[in-house]
Design a protein. Sequence first.
Length: 271
Amino acid sequence: MKRFMNRAAVSLVVAGLGLGGTVQAAPVSWTASGTPAGLAATATATFSLSGSSLTIDLAASGGGAGDYGPGSALTGLFFDLGTNNLSLNPASATIPTGSSIVNASSCNPGPCGGVTNVSGEWGYQNSPGGFGGGAPSSSYGIASSGYLATLLPMDIGNFNGGAAGTNLDNPASLDGANLGLLPTGVSLNGGLASTPVIETTAEFVLTGLPAGFALSDIANVSFQYGTAFSDTNLPGSPGTGGNQNGAPEPATIALLGVGLLGLGYVRHRRR
């Protein structure tokens, strides 16, 4: 019985020190606010880590009075990941529960109401050293507009394991403000009155992160509006969650506490 209890205590120590499983950090959010094309806007990117997968929830909010056009649509996110040449896989781009496509009846080749897979309308690109041409200085980009190149035929979105995703709205490419993000309930002007756009949020998954990657490695986040790099870009600021100030994650603190308790138990049994 004593030997069993000692083994159990050692197992508890291993788990408490994080050696027996993966510790997941709390999500990290970056935000920015401004007036792209003269209209109020707030953008948020929430980064979550699970094993080697990075999930990014990109959301548009803060809509005010006025007719929103292409220049007020949130169409891109740029960021750094601690190193500028990671070979990541753009696994999926979806519309989460609570968001939807506005003007879905205008989708061509066919209506896209209820569709959640937007893999062909959003693209991912890694450009070590930056994208140039007035682009943000970050090395990683996600966008629904043609200022980002997926290197696929016709520049179609590649959030389908890196292959061409499903085309929802012709032309079959990243084009204009199509399937960009807008706050909920805003009015759309002539430039977007019949253009399918996503209300509020899109979710992206990148896979292939190396061991040891941490959410605190994310930096240089910015939000791109409109259809060209000459349109508004809002630099982001780190907000809630994660390890922005170098302090231990809550999960790490809890596991360390459990590990110390286990070590204390082992010492007590030996005495």
